[in-house]
Design a protein around this ligand. Structure first.
Ligand code: MLT
Length: 243
């Protein structure tokens, strides 16, 4: 397995795709997607564009859908939910389709949606991601951070490092390091693994979420391996629970 880390979607190559793309938006889109599917959502359908989300969700039965999303971290006006994973309780999302738009995470998904396999990861489901990669052994794997509007995000790269470190710890030399970013991501993870929350507090998006009173979201997103669930793309933009 040859492993690449890309800090942002904009840094991914444009002339080819990997066998498996792992999209990461720890704060908070991919944490929310994993939590919603764990809580029994039928699927999470992602959009970078609010208009397209409204059109697609209008074709869905109102009692079977929830519109969720943020711009600049704050809930989109008129939507039932924002992008907080803590809102994704079984009572709220059970058996419903979540129509989700976010600033960066959904854009990252779009960038790699034509890859043969697309999965999403966050710290909360890091080990489920690693297990899937070890079981299926894709030849090339891209770990793609969502960043923030084209810039690098500490929390996404640290999650890439956590996945890479665990893969290497499991099968060592079977993992080929595809770019220097893998080594940088692992070094970042090793530096902060004992206290990821402190790293999230330092990060620019962590600061933004703190200003929006989302401290509890940061604490939740900073937990490692608490959910044994893997979101996988079943059609472009639509994520379901991998069984
Ligand atoms: C994003 O996609 O940019 C994030 O998930 C934003 C957020 O924290 O809601």
């Amino acid at each position: 397995m040859k492993l690449f880390v890309y800090h942002t979607p904009e840094l991914t190559p444009t002339d080819h795709l990997p066998d498996c793309a792992v999209v990461i938006d720890v704060l908070r889109a991919t944490t929310t997607i994993a939590t919603a599917l764990e809580a029994g959502a039928e699927a999470v359908q992602t959009f970078s564009d609010i208009e397209q989300l409204l059109q697609a969700s209008d074709r869905w039965l109102p009692e079977k859908r929830l519109r969720a999303g943020e711009r600049g971290g704050a809930k989109v006006d008129g939507f039932e939910l924002g992008n907080s994973p803590l809102d994704c309780t079984p009572e709220q999302v059970g058996s419903k389709r979540l129509f989700l738009t976010t600033t960066n995470g959904t854009r990252a998904l779009q960038r790699v949606e034509k890859s043969p396999i697309v999965i999403t990861s966050a710290m909360i489901n890091r080990q489920a991601t690693v297990r899937y990669l070890l079981d299926t052994q894709p030849e090339t794997v891209w770990l793609v951070g969502s960043g923030w509007q084209g810039g690098y995000s500490l929390e996404d790269t640290v999650c890439g490092g956590a996945i890479a470190q665990s893969l290497i710890a499991s099968v060592g030399q079977e993992i080929i390091i595809g770019n220097d970013e893998v080594i940088a991501a692992i070094a970042l993870y090793q530096n902060f693994e004992a206290d990821l929350l402190q790293l999230f507090y330092k990060s620019s998006h962590g600061q933004r979420l703190l200003r929006l009173n989302c401290d509890e979201d940061l604490k939740y997103c900073a937990q490692t391996d608490i959910l044994d669930i893997l979101p996988i793309q079943k059609e472009p933009g639509v994520l379901v629970k991998f069984c």
